[in-house]
Design a protein around this ligand. Structure first.
Ligand code: ADP
Length: 430
């Protein structure tokens, strides 16, 4: 009887200001169609009589301001209509931000810089997407700053990035990621190297501010910063650092009063800190689920997504043709540090790595840093602060022949020869 359910669509009639929530079963696909009325998915409008397909594990809410009829085809784990959503509060937040953009336009000032914070699985990324969509639908050009190194919506995990938003997110695929600015962090949690995390946050803030100086629309559009769910200890300090680096005007705290109170206490008084409820629809994701999403993100980078297939290349790279680094030397007790050196220096140090078998399956960032001659020494800062031009995965290492085989989105040769190792591994099953 399962196959019957797959072929016949189920109709849902929604009143105004309600949403249909559904989750797609593992290994399944679900098709959504708007039959009448108006509806949106995380701020992207649906076209009528178009079939939208969502893959396994997708967790979707179709919201309607006016009322609508929808049809779902395929196996859903759950599908229900909820009247209880915080969407009105989110819309009001958008309206307040839009007010600030208008004022910025009038006063030749800059638009709102917004940081979205909260523990994991409270819908931070979703709120960012919503606010960006509403802004771009009004003709604004906001920037998404993605600081969630575990679940990046812009690039592969282990990166920090910025994306200039010029059109609403695609309902199925999210924002078009044509020319993101991406930095290598190298791990899925900021705690691995908090100094580097804060430094890259500052780099992104600087690049964004430079862009605002030359691009009025970017300046008025402002930015929406998505952050990690780690909100205690150094994670909290990283949020405070980010607020100051970007000179944020507004902080949206999702679902956690303690965090809200702390930020109100610690941020300058002119920063507006707002507590917002999370949506009851946001689903908690297990560790495994998170890992799968990360894996999927890397697979998409090499093999493409849905309709668009990429054909990555496999080729050998001689050890002598590349320089491989890890960022951060293992920390040693303060008392053992050479005179005049601090822990900061060790965390931001570029450590040359000689390739061995243990490099197999690791993701490597190809740094945009200019290749230099023999001595890489002293150029460390340049490499840390350089964006990434792409990623490769090491699929095999032959220490005898001194070559490694890599999976790369582009044919040989590598565009640059400075490679940075990630903690993250990807096993290519294709
Ligand atoms: P966070 O960024 O805080 O970790 P996300 O924004 O990624 O959280 O949301 C977690 C999951 O919940 C995502 O898969 C998202 O699609 C889903 N989700 C968010 N809002 C809703 C909603 N209203 N109904 C159903 N699913 C939702």
């Amino acid at each position: 009887t399962g196959s019957v359910a797959v072929t016949s669509g189920t109709r849902f009639d929604l009143d105004k200001e309600t949403e249909l929530r559904f989750e797609v079963e593992a290994g399944e696909k679900v098709q959504l169609e708007l039959l009448s009325g108006l509806a949106e998915v995380f701020g992207s409008e649906l076209n009528r009589n178009k079939k939208y397909t969502f893959g396994p594990g997708s967790k979707i809410a179709v919201f309607t301001w006016q009322g609508c009829s929808l049809s779902l085809t395929g196996k859903t784990e759950v599908a229900y209509i909820s009247k209880d959503t915080p969407m009105l509060l989110y819309l009001n937040t958008h309206a307040a931000l839009e007010q600030m953009r208008r004022q910025a336009e009038r006063d030749n000032d800059r638009g709102p810089r917004v940081m979205v914070v909260g523990p994991t699985d409270v819908g931070k990324s979703t709120v960012c997407r919503l606010l960006l969509n509403y802004a771009v639908r009004l003709g604004r050009r906001p920037t998404l700053v993605e600081l969630d190194v575990g679940q990046s919506s812009v690039s592969v995990p282990g990166t920090m990035s910025a994306l200039y938003i010029e059109r609403p997110a695609d309902v199925e695929e999210g924002f078009s990621v044509q020319a993101p600015l991406v930095f290598h962090f190298g791990s899925t949690t900021p705690g691995t190297n908090i100094k580097l995390y804060n430094k890259l946050t500052s780099c992104l803030a600087e690049v964004f501010s430079q862009r605002c100086e030359v691009n009025r629309r970017a300046s008025v559009g402002g930015c929406i910063i998505n952050t990690c769910g780690w909100v205690k200890g150094s994670g909290y300090q990283a949020l405070v650092h980010c607020a100051s680096a970007f000179q944020v005007d507004v902080v949206l705290v999702l679902d956690q009063e303690r965090l809200y109170n702390e930020l109100k206490r610690d941020l300058p008084h002119f920063v507006r800190v707002v507590l917002l409820p999370k949506s009851g629809g946001v689903v908690e994701r297990s560790k495994d689920c998170r890992r799968e999403t990360r894996d999927e993100k890397i697979r998409e980078y090499f093999y493409g997504f849905r309709g668009v297939s990429f054909y990555p290349h496999a080729f050998d790279v001689r050890f002598s043709d590349v320089r491989i680094y890890k960022i951060g030397a293992p920390s040693i007790p303060d008392s053992c540090l050479p005179l005049g050196m601090s822990q900061d220096d060790t965390q931001l140090k570029l450590v040359p790595v000689s390739p061995g078998r243990d490099l197999t399956h690791h993701v490597l960032s190809v740094s945009c840093a200019e290749d230099e001659g023999e001595s890489g020494a002293g150029r460390g800062r340049g490499i840390l602060e350089s964006p990434v031009c792409g990623f490769i995965v090491v699929t095999a290492v032959d220490t005898q022949a001194q070559v490694m085989t890599v999976l790369s989105p582009a044919p040989r040769p590598l565009p640059r020869h400075t490679l940075l190792i990630m903690d993250i591994r990807f096993i290519d099953l294709k």
